[in-house]
Each structure stands twice: as structure tokens, then as C-alpha cells.
Design a binder for this molecule. Structure first.
Ligand code: MRU
Length: 347
């Protein structure tokens, strides 16, 4: 199994996703600031993986704090969490994981335990292990949506690399494939950073799941030719009404899927839902550096000085989503009602 990120001897070890697919190497972070840098520069990316990295980064930060009174320790830990929270704005899992770490610290303080750092490191490891289990569960839940012989389109990387392991949307594909269904996956290259070409294609090859790489602008034509049966993607944040932020280029796929009457599925853990915001309009969309668009790995692809717009995510309105796969079950429209049941633990 691909282990994207794990905790080892007071350090966070992660696959360097910027080096893939050419080189499989790992980054070892011993300081929480290195984790922040890895999140910012996309060495670790994908909403659930960012959440795990954030939790482990917070645990590293706590380990480096000198012994001090509880109140001061709590304040310092919160300020480390605030720094980590500023790494990227869109993925809900980042904030979810930090909130969970802060809550755990408060429990430890209330219980009067003497060594909060050990408990925080344990909590971060638990978040990591749970993520893999959740993805496997999501895979089992979602695999019923895929049929033998399906041609499935996916965008960006919602695989093992975007999580602690196994994946969300690719987890569903993995589970269906492991269950004996013959699938063929079309992989959108996913400009500008090519998470599809570099990472999803790498995962598909590694697992020997039949796949074909396409440029983003080819999806419509393939749908028109009847070559796509289903679309499945991950999510970075899902609002209470079901509007879903995911990698830029997801929304046009949902529009195309609707026009061609193709089911459009999202796969995401409960930690990606932001029950506090009503619609996708409230989701902060990260804008990234110009050179992601004007160049690729240092090779210029546009004239110097051209104006650039580089949002990393777009929002797909709930009405274009056929269903959302979670570890708790499959949410079908009307999504606001289904998400409200999910929040209340009734699913
Ligand atoms: O900018 P990235 O690579 O972090 O964006 C990742 C995505 O948009 C994924 O599709 C999303 O996080 C789902 S991952 C299971």
C-alpha cells in the first residue's frame, strides 16, 4: 500500500509529491515549520492528507515546546495551530484536524495529565490511521455505484497520495477493481500543476488499473462520443447545501456530465464537510502563484509579464451532483437534507 504520510521517531515522513512520477523519495520533517512549507509547496496535498499533515505538524510543534505552565502551553500550542492553519485556505480537513488536536489538548488538561505532548502525537497518529480506515470504508460504500465495464473519468488526484492511504474517489475505483469489476479510468491531466498526469496516472500504473491519460479539454469530446459512463472526483470542502469545492476544472466536468446525462459523483469523508457554511459561496478559494500557469517546472510556457489568474479550486453547485459517497453511506439528493442527517449522526 502507498503510505503517503506517517509518524516516525518524533518526525513526520511524507512522500515528496513534487518529485513524482520521476522519483519516489520522502521528506522528513522534524520541525512544524517544515510541515507548513510542505503543505504550501504541494509536497503533501489533497484535503485528507493535508489534514493528517496539519495534525502531525501540530504534534511536532508541541514536542518542541519547553516545559511550562498549562495555560502558557495551551496558548503556544494554539498559536502553532494558527500558523499551520494559514498554510492553505480551502481544504476543510486542515481546519478539522487542528480543531481536533486542540480539543484533545483541552481534554488532557481537564484530566490533569502531565504529558500532553505524548498524547498529541498519539492523536495525530490516530487521525492518520483513521483516515486509511475511513477511505477503505468509503471504497466499500461507493463501489456499488460502479458497474462492470464502466469507463470512469476522474480529475486531479483523489487517491492514496491525497490521503494517508487508499484514497477517496480513487478508493472507490480501487474497491470496485479489487471486487472484480473491469473498469477503465480516464485521467484528466489537471492543469496547471498536473496532479492527474503526475500522481493519479502513477497510482493507476502502480496498481495495474487500466487507465488513459487525457488533457482536461478532451473530456467533453469523450463524453459526446459515449466513452465516459461515470465521473467521480474528491472534494476539498462541502457546504451544508452540498455545493462542493474541488480542484479547478471540476465544475466544467459536472456541467458536461449533466448535458450528457452522465452520473457525477463526489467521494469525501465527513471531515471534508463544513456544516457551518450554508453554500459554496462562502468557501475561500485559494489563488496560487502565477508561475504555476506561465511555466512548468521552470520551463516558460507564456510570455514574461502576461497577467495570470490562478484559482486552485472551483465550486460545483449541489444540483449538478448525482450523489456524495462518504464513509457513513451514500448521500443522494436532496443534498441539504441528506447532509443535515449526516451532521445529526442519522446516516
Ligand atoms: O491542490 P491540491 O492538489 O491539494 O488539490 C487536491 C484536490 O482538489 C483533490 O481533488 C481533493 O483534495 C480531494 S483529495 C481526496
Amino acid at each position: 500500500m502507498i503510505r503517503t504520510i506517517f509518524w516516525k521517531n518524533r518526525s513526520v515522513v511524507m512522500i515528496d509529491q513534487n518529485a513524482l512520477p520521476q522519483t519516489e523519495c520522502r521528506i522528513v520533517c522534524t520541525d512544524y515549520r517544515q510541515v507548513i512549507a510542505a503543505i504550501r509547496n504541494l509536497a503533501v496535498r489533497g484535503a485528507p492528507a493535508i489534514g493528517v499533515a496539519a495534525a502531525m505538524g501540530a504534534a511536532l510543534g508541541a514536542l518542541a515546546l519547553p516545559p511550562q505552565p498549562t495555560k502558557a502551553f495551551r496558548e503556544k500550542f494554539h498559536s502553532i495551530c494558527d500558523e499551520i492553519a494559514a498554510a492553505r485556505p480551502t481544504a476543510r480537513n486542515l481546519f478539522w484536524a487542528l480543531e481536533r488536536m486542540k480539543k484533545r489538548l483541552d481534554e488532557v488538561i481537564r484530566a490533569g495529565k502531565s504529558n500532553p505532548t505524548a498524547v498529541l502525537a498519539q492523536e495525530a497518529r490516530r487521525i492518520c490511521a483513521e483516515d486509511i480506515a475511513i477511505n477503505r470504508q468509503m471504497g466499500r460504500q461507493g463501489s456499488v455505484l460502479l458497474s462492470d465495464g464502466d469507463q470512469v473519468l476522474t480529475h486531479c488526484n483523489a487517491g492514496a497520495l491525497a490521503t494517508a492511504g487508499y484514497g477517496t474517489a480513487l478508493g472507490v475505483i480501487r474497491a470496485a477493481h479489487a471486487g472484480g469489476k473491469k473498469l477503465h479510468v480516464y485521467v484528466d491531466e489537471t492543469r496547471p500543476v498536473l496532479q492527474g498526469a503526475r500522481l493519479t496516472a502513477w497510482e493507476m500504473k502502480k496498481e495495474k488499473i487500466p487507465a488513459t491519460l487525457i488533457c482536461d479539454n478532451m473530456a467533453g469530446s469523450l463524453m459526446h462520443q459515449g466513452k465516459i459512463d461515470k465521473v467521480i472526483v474528491g472534494a476539498d470542502r462541502i457546504a451544508a447545501n452540498g455545493d462542493t469545492a474541488n480542484k479547478i476544472g471540476t465544475y466544467p466536468l459536472a456541467v458536461l456530465a449533466r448535458v450528457h446525462r452522465i452520473p457525477f459523483y463526489i467521494a469525501a469523508p465527513v471531515s471534508t464537510f463544513d456544516f457551518s457554511i450554508k453554500t459554496g459561496e462562502e468557501i475561500p478559494i485559494e489563488e496560487r502563484r502565477d508561475d504555476e500557469v506561465t511555466a512548468f517546472r521552470g520551463v516558460p510556457a507564456a510570455p514574461k509579464g502576461i497577467k495570470v489568474y490562478n484559482p486552485a479550486f472551483d465550486v460545483t453547485p449541489a444540483r449538478l451532483i448525482t450523489a456524495i459517497v462518504t464513509e457513513k453511506g451514500i448521500l443522494a439528493p436532496p443534498l441539504p437534507a441528506a447532509i443535515s442527517r449526516l451532521q445529526k449522526g442519522r446516516i
